[in-house]
Ligand binder design. Structure first.
Ligand SMILES: [Zn+2]
Ligand SMILES: [Zn+2]
Length: 233
């Protein structure tokens, strides 16, 4: 017997049905990654006579990007802001409404539209990181600025790839890689509507969540699991 369709299922079906015909998941993935790869390539070309100590900026830029990811996810993707409303619309009312804790997987390649950031968004992120890299370059030398920009561009690629992997079906080979399942579970808990506004904002590595104490508390997890089980029975 077919399971009765939930309103979440209807919403998902409606989103897929109204997707523009020209949409290509391959072009979306290529476009998104190309922006990051292009930024890395330009940075590599622009670096000259690099000293090892100039690479010390890379872990600092990585941690900065991780805290920025936490902050932007919490404050931009979950709260409508005047000029950034589109980012909110694609995240909270769309991405979160389609994918829930326990039902995270895409069912069709065309659903990449609901998971990946548009290429223009990736470009916006890289461009908004450039002033930080520019200031670092002016203070510590051009190589340091380019290494910082390259690290942040690589971070955006990592964000896209990790997020996509969490939304691939559980039997996909990517889930056999170490840590992928644990990181996917961290993100899946954020997809529970009762947790999304307050917990598990990191998507890549939950460093800022750990430092700022925003892992979903075990007590809340247990209560929520119980409530979901009772609702099913
Ligand atoms: Zn997600
Ligand atoms: Zn979210």
């Amino acid at each position: 017997m077919n399971k009765p369709r939930t309103s979440a299922e209807d919403f998902r079906a409606a989103q897929i049905a109204t997707m523009p015909r020209w949409y290509s998941p391959f072009a979306h993935l290529t476009g998104t990654l190309s922006v990051g790869v292009l930024a890395v390539t330009i940075a590599l070309i622009m670096m000259h006579h690099v000293h090892w100590y100039e690479f010390l900026v890379a872990p600092i830029a990585f941690v900065f990007a991780n805290f920025f990811e936490w902050w932007a996810h919490k404050n931009i993707l979950h709260h409508p802001r005047r000029f950034l409303r589109d980012l909110y619309e694609k995240h909270t009312p769309l991405h979160h409404r389609i994918y829930r804790w326990g039902d995270m997987a895409i069912r069709d390649r065309r659903e990449l539209r609901f998971v990946l950031i548009p290429a223009s968004g990736v470009l916006g992120i890289v461009l908004s990181a450039s002033p930080v890299a520019l200031v670092l370059g002016l203070i510590f030398g051009a190589n340091v600025g380019w290494i910082a920009l390259m690290t942040m561009a690589l971070y955006v690629i990592m964000y896209e790839m990790t997020h996509l992997s969490y939304h691939l079906p559980k039997n996909h080979p990517i889930h056999r890689l170490p840590f992928v399942d644990r990181l996917a579970e961290h993100h899946a808990r954020h997809h529970d509507p009762t947790f999304m506004g307050r917990w598990n904002f990191n998507v890549t590595i939950p460093l800022a969540d750990f430092v700022l104490g925003t892992f979903v508390p075990k007590k809340l997890l247990a209560e929520r699991r119980k409530a979901l089980r009772e609702r099913k029975s």
